[in-house]
Design a protein around this ligand. Structure first.
Ligand code: ADP
Length: 615
């Protein structure tokens, strides 16, 4: 605030040209100050002393200003004319400073609060979208919405709105006083308004379009950076750094190209505004000079030189207000673009079927049936992935899905998890259509262990207890069942050991066992497994297999199988090929048929080590 007030003083001291650049600089510095992470943090905290601290500080300042004001008023009564005038001025500046403080503080606070809420709401809205949404929207782009777009909006709603009010008030206030001084002279000044409005609207359209492109290219760059950094090992092992940098740079250069156009547009706009502002002063001087001349000839007509001087001072205020508004305009247009994107995302309803009365069954036995299920991915509407799939899994049975890669096995598992709904046919759970079950309740009954499980960057304990609140004993018990307890205890921090970027890197087999523990702690009725195709070392493989066998006991299990031992033990083997069931039966039944399955077994499932082409 002090900085801004200092700028205001410059305005008075150095006149119009000096004030323009000074105030702009002030605005910029203010932006930086507000974007500091610390500043954001401070207002984001909803309760506690840190939240109240600014309010207390502000109240003290407020009281101090009132006190000084009162003191000034008393002195005014006691002093003579010139001193009184100067003191009056000081008093007015004091009030000005106080209102400036209030304006800036309250607007900034309101803006910060708004953006803090918006960010959480936006993230909530994104997380709640259906899986198909994530098939078409890239992670990097969504993260960009959350960070970059909301930052743009934050600037617009804090500094810019506050400044907008200030300049508009400055213009309107000066104009009222000018009308009061001389209406016809004000009319001359207002002649520039249509020209300026037309220029501003054209400029606005252009800037909106360009800013959108600019943000889009930035989003592309963000996505690219995210992809490269998240797979930095692959990038480095294929010496792809140069290529990654090149692609990133190409997006940045594209955004820079747009940035250059924007800079030119902003410059032209500033120039135009400034020309018309000075032009208006010239017009006032010209017409006002005439009126002063008239007055010198006949005191009953025209205006005095004193009045023209006051009028010119107000003209400066108006011109300055307009010039500064023009520099805010671009930022507002950018904010409009950003908010369109934010609100489109915020208002998007997840495209999932929600029944009027979601069912929860008293006890889920785990009987599953696919009835003539047809399915096409929404992101690839022209290729049907499942073309009428029907099979049944009895309670407690283990069913193995096998078949060539791309046949549709993972899709079947995704449908059971209800990541998608079938286009035709139905999936029945205990005789009830999956669609009509309460989704949250149902997902608690299902657990998945995928080929390459994702662990979160938190402690091993928190990873195991990810699906539900659990006691330390429960976590340990799950880990024991998953053959993970021993290796976890081998770490210095035991269950508190951090996983991921800043923690330990677990081996493939260890990760799998943590993932099995994470599934087991849910005590799922239905277990969905995707066997790892990559060969683990013999020791690990044995431990993982043992953990899986234990996990399967007493549960309905659907497994995308890659091992001969798994298919041998399965109650039923379903061979999926090109979205259809090619064969179905037990391992020995299918072998006896000498069909697709036998060929698969001979080619791929031999010795439990699949070839790279399998699933
Ligand atoms: P499998 O598990 O048997 O290898 P998938 O179920 O993964 O087969 O894939 C079946 C078909 O669906 C493939 O043609 C694959 O390209 C396509 N597919 C898989 N996932 C998606 C997705 N998220 N969006 C669009 N198409 C997909």
């Amino acid at each position: 605030e002090n900085r801004e007030e200092a700028n205001n003083k410059n305005v008075h001291l150095h006149g119009f040209a000096g004030s323009l650049s000074d105030s702009e600089e002030g605005g910029r510095e203010e932006n930086i100050a507000i974007n500091r992470p610390g500043a954001v943090e401070q207002v984001n905290i909803p309760v506690g002393s840190r939240y109240w601290y600014p309010t207390i500080r502000f109240t003290v300042l407020f009281a101090l200003c009132i006190f000084v004001d009162a003191a000034v008023a008393i002195i005014l009564w006691l002093t003579a004319s010139l001193n009184r005038t100067v003191l009056t001025l000081l008093g007015i500046y004091m009030v000005g400073a106080l209102t400036s403080l209030l304006r800036s503080y309250l607007f900034t606070l309101a803006g910060q609060r708004l953006v803090a809420r918006l960010r959480t709401k936006l993230f909530t809205s994104v997380v709640e979208q259906e899986i198909a949404f994530f098939d078409v929207n890239r992670t990097g782009e969504l993260c960009n919405r959350l960070s970059s777009d909301t930052s743009v909006l934050q600037n617009a709603t804090t500094v810019n709105v506050s400044m907008l009010f200030r300049y508009v008030l400055q213009i309107v206030g000066s104009l009222i006083l000018m009308f009061y001084l001389n209406a016809s002279l004000t009319g001359v000044l207002l002649a520039i308004v249509p020209v300026v409005t037309l220029g501003a609207s054209q400029y606005g359209k252009f800037v909106r379009k360009m800013r959108k492109l600019f943000q889009d290219r930035l989003a592309d760059a963000g996505t690219q950076a995210e992809e490269s950094l998240s797979s930095i090992r692959t990038v480095k092992s294929f010496t792809g750094e140069e290529r990654a940098i090149k692609v990133y740079d190409s997006y940045i250069q594209e955004s820079f190209k747009i940035g250059k156009k924007l800079a030119l547009a902003q410059g032209s706009m500033d120039g135009l505004f400034s020309f018309f502002a000075y032009g208006a002063i010239a017009a006032v001087l010209w017409y006002g000079g005439k009126l002063v001349y008239d007055n010198s000839q006949n005191p009953d007509t025209g205006i005095t030189a004193g009045l023209l001087t006051s009028f010119l001072l107000y003209t400066l205020q108006v011109a300055m207000g307009f010039a500064l508004l023009s520099s805010l305009y671009g930022d507002f247009m950018q904010a409009v673009g950003a908010s369109v994107r934010i609100f489109t995302l915020l208002d998007r309803k997840p495209d999932v079927f929600v029944p009027a009365n979601p069912l929860t069954l008293p006890a889920l036995s785990g009987e599953l049936e696919f009835k003539d299920v047809r399915f096409t991915y929404p992101s690839r509407p022209d290729s049907e992935v499942l073309k009428g799939v029907s099979f049944r899994v009895e309670k407690g049975q283990m069913v193995a899905l096998v078949g060539p890669s791309g046949g549709g096995k993972s899709t079947i598992v995704s449908l059971i998890e209800r990541f998608y709904d079938p286009n035709e046919g139905s999936i029945m759970m205990d005789g009830c259509d999956l669609k009509f079950l309460d989704l949250g309740w149902f997902r608690h009954k299902v657990a998945t262990v995928s080929q390459e499980p994702t662990l979160f960057a938190c402690s091993i304990r928190d990873n195991i207890a990810y699906g539900r609140e659990a006691t330390d004993e429960e976590v340990e018990d799950a880990a024991r069942q998953a053959n993970a307890h021993d290796f976890i205890c081998g770490f210095e921090d035991g269950y508190k050991t951090l996983v991921g970027e800043r923690g330990v890197r677990l081996s493939g087999g260890q990760k799998q066992r943590v993932a099995i523990a994470r599934a087991l702690i849910m005590d799922p009725t239905l277990l969905l497994l995707d066997e790892a195709t990559s060969a683990l070392d013999a020791e690990s493989e044995h431990l993982v297999q043992e953990a899986i066998d234990r996990a399967m006991r007493g549960r309905t299990v659907i497994v995308i199988a890659h091992r001969l031992s798994t298919v041998r033990n399965a109650h039923k083997v379903v061979v999926i090929d090109k979205g259809q069931i090619a064969e179905m039966g037990t391992h020995s039944e299918l072998l006896a048929r000498h069909g697709v399955y036998k060929r698969l077994v001979l080619r791929q499932l031999t010795a439990g080590h699949p070839t790279p082409s399998s699933g």
